[in-house]
Design a protein around this ligand. Structure first.
Ligand code: ADP
Ligand code: MG
Length: 684
């Protein structure tokens, strides 16, 4: 940090500023008001009513400290139109003396707050107030209210921000002509206006953050985000990676052996990946496709490229059930073509694990597994491509680890990340701007849409009959146990109880159970039995949430659906509707429903498109949950809102590319202004 930019304040205050993320004057400049209070107008007590905050100018009649029901300071004040009480439950002795002094003829008190009916008549509790001389003019502009923390008053913030505005670098970093064309005010004008709106600026445009000054700031914030992500993207391109461009014999043989033809979307995406693999820098591609869109075969084709070119591919999945399913599928596809496939999972016996590690270090061409793949003692001979399924389930650290497995630090492997939790477009364009994105926007033909039904618990009996009906017709059923997030033990108990109850209610049917605590062999055996039709009804916890693929299962019941998140419900529902049979998903809910739960159930009932569901989810929850640990160093956006400011993202992206190309020094200054020292974290 340039010394001139350091905040000047006593150490204790500096520490509190730090808590607010304020270390430099430029941070103070960008510490913008949460809202404004209008102290430019006075109301009389008689006219004030009880609606919203008002400002009164009053004289103090009487002051007293009372002790019942608890210690409090009371001041009776009047303005000629009426009288109210001011009540302070926390106060200093100095305040009492101040009010005493205010009883002087020439003194007036300006109080700002809401009038409420109280025990002693109308009152204001803890109003903001200021002592003024009679006739002192009102402030001409709105009063900013800043986000703050204990021990930092609004007055202190205002003082330091005003000083920062006078001393910090507020120079314009955008191209002048472009800025005008867009209708953005200059940077210094925008921040000054937001900190101290001049008279006449409509309060509503400030509060709604649609004023051009706010839009300028939001644009700048998005620009900083784009700049830092684009820079990370470009610096990755400086690194080398194996060029993988074989003739494509192996993938053609795989395609020829499949019972289906690729969809147009699959062909397009496979080509995008193949083009990336042929580049001398590492691919960082996110493959998005709704549940059932057929991502696995696309990944297998990418693996074929690497293998044919003499490299290894790794395929990592977040749960053992899913990893094993991939292993079985990939082996069935690739072994007949002469590819050696290894399996590595945490639950393997020591000897098996050792053998698998040996294989990975030597002959294996494809390694499939859980995060066991990235454990320390696994050394790939020549990893060329790392595939991560359901990438959002992994932390950043784990994905970095896989990248490091390249063996040759100068040539990290290409990375293909896959996700069925669709990332809304605005989010993909902002937080994920350092990745290339491919989208499978087409489902394979012959799928029947899943009908979604909402049943209250009261109709459980009816549901049991439906299940019998489905099994009689030769179909299979998932029953998803209620989610108990607080306790794994309780979750397990619930699964056992549900299994016991359903086994009774469905006497005569084969009811199986799978949950996270089963030994992996047992889990695999149960899943295999279900896939082979040996189990009619599979009671399961969310271990089946991702990836599981049993086309003959056509009915899913989700118990206590109101407890699940939208993404989870969509994933679970995606386990049915994988075959030609008409499928249904019954969401069993228990009343009373919270507002949020009601809204989620409505969305999942009405929508089947994963992208639309994700968009709604983003609206309900904000980006924090989506982004999660993905960008540990990247601060969430403070001012821009991906929903309401979506149209600023594309221009920010264009401007970022242009600045990096044409004016890298200005780009660096913009980043420093917005991210300061945090930017260092992002280069990691
Ligand atoms: P997801 O994208 O959810 O991972 P999968 O890769 O598991 O989807 O594919 C879902 C099912 O669709 C699998 O049974 C798969 O074999 C099948 N499938 C994939 N592509 C096609 C296609 N082009 N035509 C028909 N079936 C396909
Ligand atoms: Mg999948």
């Amino acid at each position: 940090m340039a010394a001139a930019d350091a905040i000047e304040a006593p150490p204790a205050l500096k520490a509190r500023f730090n808590k607010l993320g304020l270390t430099r004057k430029s941070d103070l400049v960008l510490h913008l008001p949460l809202r404004y209070e209008d102290e430019t107008q006075l109301t009389t007590i008689a006219a004030a009513g009880n609606a919203g905050p008002v400002q009164l100018e009053v004289r103090v009649r009487e002051v007293s400290v009372q002790f019942r029901p608890r210690r409090q300071l009371l001041a009776w004040v009047a303005d000629g139109s009426g009288e109210i009480a001011l009540r302070f439950l926390n106060f200093y002795g100095s305040q009492t003396r101040q009010f005493e002094r205010a009883r002087d003829e020439q003194q007036r008190l300006r109080v700002f707050g809401e009038i409420r009916p109280g025990f002693l008549g109308d009152e204001m509790v803890h109003p903001r107030y200021r002592l003024v001389r009679e006739g002192e003019p009102l402030p001409a502009s709105l009063t900013p209210v800043y986000p703050t923390t204990a021990g930092v008053s609004q007055a202190v913030l205002r003082k330091h921000i005003a000083a920062a505005l006078a001393g910090a670098d507020l120079s314009e970093l955008l191209d002048e002509a472009w800025r005008r064309e867009r209708g953005f005010p200059p940077f210094d004008k925008a921040v000054r206006l937001l900190h101290a709106p001049p008279p006449g600026v409509p309060e509503s445009a400030l509060q709604s953050r649609q004023h051009p000054a706010w839009r300028r700031i939001k644009f700048d914030e998005l620009l900083a985000q784009q700049l830092s992500l684009r820079r990370a993207y470009l610096s990755r391109r400086q690194r080398g990676a194996p060029r993988i461009a074989p003739a494509g014999v192996l993938s053609r043989r795989l395609l020829a052996s499949l019972p289906f033809a690729l969809t147009a979307a699959q062909r397009r995406v496979a080509a995008e990946i193949a083009a990336d693999l042929a580049q001398p820098y590492p691919m960082q591609r996110l493959l998005q496709g709704d549940v059932g869109s057929g991502k696995t075969i696309v990944a297998a084709l990418a693996a074929c490229q690497a293998i044919e070119a003499g490299y290894q591919a790794a395929f990592m999945a977040p749960t053992e059930i899913l990893a094993e399913q991939h292993y079985l599928k990939l082996r069935a596809w690739l072994e007949p073509l002469g590819v050696e496939v290894a399996w590595l999972a945490g639950s393997q016996k020591k000897a098996a694990k050792r053998a698998a590690r040996q294989q990975v270090a030597n002959s294996a061409q494809l390694a499939v597994g859980t995060h066991a793949l990235i454990q320390e003692r696994v050394d790939f001979a020549r990893l060329g491509l790392a595939i991560v399924d359901e990438q959002h389930r992994f932390g950043v650290a784990q994905r970095l680890e896989l990248r490091r497995k390249g063996g040759n630090a100068a040539e990290p492997p290409h990375q293909l990340m896959m996700s069925a939790t669709p990332i809304p477009r605005t989010l993909a364009m902002s937080y994920y701007a350092d990745l290339d994105v491919s989208v499978l926007d087409e489902l394979p033909p012959g799928r029947s849409p899943v009908r979604t039904r909402l049943f209250s618990e009261a109709r459980r009996g009816e549901l049991i009959e439906r299940i019998r009906g489905a099994v009689d017709a030769g179909r299979q059923v998932y029953w998803v146990c209620p989610l108990i997030e607080e306790s794994e033990k309780l979750q397990l108990q619930t699964a056992l109880d549900t299994h016991a109850t359903l086994s009774e209610e469905l006497a005569g049917l084969r009811v199986g159970l799978v949950h996270g605590r089963l030994k992996s062999g047992e889990k695999a055996a149960t899943m295999a039995a279900f896939a082979a039709g040996g189990i009619d009804v599979l009671v399961a916890t969310t271990v089946i949430e991702v990836g599981v693929d049993v086309p003959n299962a056509s009915l899913m019941v989700i118990e206590h659906a109101e407890r699940f998140g939208l993404a989870q419900l969509h994933q679970l529902r995606g386990r049915v509707g994988r075959g030609p049979e008409a499928s249904a998903c019954v969401l069993l809910y228990q009343l009373p429903l919270s507002l949020l739960a009601r809204e989620r159930l409505k969305i999942i009932f009405e929508q089947s498109d994963g992208f639309e569901i994700a968009r709604q989810d983003l609206r309900l929850r904000g980006p924090g949950e989506f982004v999660g640990s993905r960008q540990s160093g990247l601060p969430l956006l403070r001012y821009a809102d991906l929903e309401t400011d979506a149209e600023l993202i594309a221009p920010a992206r264009e401007m970022a590319e242009r600045l990096l190309r044409e004016a890298p020094a200005r780009a660096a200054r913009h980043l420093a202004r917005w991210l300061g020292s945090r930017e260092e974290l992002l280069k990691a």
